[in-house]
Ligand binder design. Structure first.
Ligand SMILES: [Zn+2]
Length: 204
């Protein structure tokens, strides 16, 4: 069979045009091929969670579940959202906290510990004492917090007649406090500092 010369030329041109497209397909179709190694991202995220929120156990099953996702940025974003959701849903129960030795207390401590709708005048001292007792860590996730950024909450609510004794005070980080007070989970998750921090690891 003799092939028509026009056919041969056109086919060759077509193939010549397709070959570079094939070789550089990941660049040409970058929107569909943001492939990459997921491991460096996973290392960063896992280290972050272990270091910053060691009390919250994270299940990384989502990594396998998203293995077919072509776009690495989409995949990493789904992984971040899953981790934040696990952090949000981590069960936490407020429990009566430990006492401190008497020598760390001050004159008037006992009198001002009793129930009162108004905060006691030594509240700042109480907050700092609870924070020091908690080793400067959030009681829910164990993140290290500065005194300034720490949030103090009560095991039993003052409105329910509880007092300001040190055993009734819990130290939290800002994110955990937001989680415990959340009225709209989706909104809260999107606004957590954790979401911002983890999204910074997503490849840009
Ligand atoms: Zn926390």
């Amino acid at each position: 069979m003799i092939l028509d010369i026009k056919f041969i030329v056109l086919s060759s041109l077509l193939i010549a045009a397709i070959i570079p497209l094939y070789i550089y397909r990941e660049k040409v179709f970058a929107f569909a091929y943001r492939k990459g190694d997921i491991e460096p991202f996973l290392d960063l995220v896992k280290n972050h969670m272990k270091k910053e929120h060691p009390l919250v156990p994270i299940n990384y099953a989502i990594v396998e579940k998203t293995a077919d996702e072509k776009d690495i940025r989409v995949r990493e974003t789904i992984i971040v959202e899953d981790i934040v959701s696990q952090y949000f849903n981590y069960e936490y129960e407020k429990q009566t906290q430990g006492s401190v030795s008497k020598d760390k207390l001050w004159t008037g401590y006992d009198e001002k510990s009793v129930h009162n709708v108004k905060m006691p005048s030594d509240w700042v001292q109480r907050k700092e004492l609870a924070w020091a007792r908690d080793n400067q860590k959030c009681n829910r996730c164990a993140k290290t917090v500065s005194l300034k950024n720490s949030i103090s909450i009560f095991v039993k609510d003052i409105e329910d007649g509880a007092g300001y004794n040190i055993e009734n005070i819990i130290t939290l980080c800002e994110d955990c406090n937001r989680v415990l007070n959340s009225k709209n989970p989706r909104n809260t998750m999107a606004n957590l500092e954790l979401m911002d921090r983890l999204m910074k690891y997503v490849e840009s």
